[in-house]
Design a protein around this ligand. Structure first.
Ligand code: NCD
Ligand code: ZN
Length: 349
């Protein structure tokens, strides 16, 4: 199937850019394609104040250079017991801080400073609702007695649903939704939306586990069953405004992916857009691709879509694409989505 589409320059509503040599190596992939990028704060130490967010924003812009005039990092701060509400309000009013990110402690990479229970932060969330500051949630239970594949559903039921009942005006994003329970949750709650990754749309738990565990597909929340994947695909390809692209691009050096304990995270900034386009094309729903990639998230966060455009062309020619990148420190990172990207061209890039 050959086709060409033009979409407003997309936004990435969930991305990890890291810092230092890794930031320098990865930021161009995001900056060349995306307009806005919601930047995750899970550095070590975390981005927990307006000042740290502002400094990090400047490091990102410096590393991106001036090759991408539309690119704008939107900064988030890390929710912990140390978060200062006055600082948050000032940072938000100054336009530096766009949202707060909640991590359950221990759920994922650099989440040690996160919360034990989201309901402990009700006071902060009431302030955020008053100030119209969105809450971005890593929705995953850390209870070891709950099966890994059931942890999103458990968190939604036990923590996020009660929170939404108690603070109904709070704007909430269920990040990187990975199950049909997550889809249903976003559909059932009026002020709740969900970001969706290329890898949760394209892969299932059998891809992750068989014939053997594949560290390149290991991320949190874990890639779930084929039935879950299908529920997510059908939600996003329906054009429903509660779903938008957040790549959760999360680079880790191969030394840490293939080490004793695989680090959770998939680097998909390079080819994630092609992976998503391929899903929409295969489902015969390419007409809704721009809603998902360029419009729904912008509307949810109060922005107009970009005036600039990207063109995506699918052709039956297979191009040989890079499978890794290297940092100036000599680390390598695997690029997710090479197969899908091999028959798409994205321009201008
Ligand atoms: C992310 C990372 O590496 O920072 N990892 C991941 O598996 N998604 C953190 C996160 O978003 O959970
Ligand atoms: Zn993430």
């Amino acid at each position: 199937m050959d086709l060409t589409i033009r979409i407003p320059r997309p936004d990435d509503w969930h991305v990890h850019l890291r810092d230092g040599a890794m930031l320098e190596a990865v930021v161009g992939y995001t900056a060349r394609r995306f307009r806005y990028a919601m930047i995750m704060p899970n550095l070590n130490p975390p981005i927990a104040t307006t000042e740290l967010a502002d400094q990090y924003r400047q490091r990102i812009l410096r590393a991106a250079g001036n090759q991408s005039p539309e690119f704008q990092p939107l900064m988030t701060v890390y929710c912990s017991t140390n978060l200062d509400q006055d600082d948050l309000i000032r940072g938000h009013e100054a336009g530096i801080v766009k949202a707060v990110k909640y991590y359950p402690a221990g759920a994922t990479t650099n989440s040690d400073h996160g919360g034990d229970n989201i309901l402990n932060f009700i006071d902060l969330f009431e302030t955020m609702a008053d100030q119209k500051i969105p809450l971005l949630v890593h929705a995953e239970s850390t209870n070891p007695e709950i099966d890994l594949f059931d942890r999103e559903a458990a968190f939604l039921e036990q923590e996020l649903h009660p929170l939404c009942e108690q603070v109904p005006n709070l704007q909430v994003t269920v990040e990187h939704v990975s199950t049909s329970a997550g889809v249903d949750f976003a559909l059932a709650h009026q002020r709740v939306a969900a970001s969706v990754t290329p890898h949760h749309l394209a892969k299932n738990s059998s891809d992750l586990m068989a014939p053997e565990f594949d560290p390149d597909l290991f991320c949190k929340p874990i890639i779930n069953s084929e039935a879950d994947r299908q529920a997510i695909v059908s939600a996003v390809t329906s054009g429903n405004p509660s779903f938008f692209l957040g790549t959760d691009s999360a680079p880790h050096p191969t030394s840490e992916k293939y080490g004793e304990e695989a680090k959770a995270g998939i680097f998909n900034a390079a080819y994630g857009l092609e992976v998503v386009a391929e899903i929409f094309a295969k489902e015969n729903k390419i007409k809704y691709f721009s809603s998902f990639a360029s419009k729904n998230g912008a509307a949810f966060y109060g922005y107009e879509p970009s005036q600039d455009e990207l063109q995506l062309t699918r052709e039956q020619v297979d191009v040989e694409l890079a499978s890794t990148l290297s940092t100036r420190d000599g680390d390598k990172v695997v690029l997710f989505g090479r197969d899908e990207a091999s028959h798409w061209t994205v321009s201008p890039i």
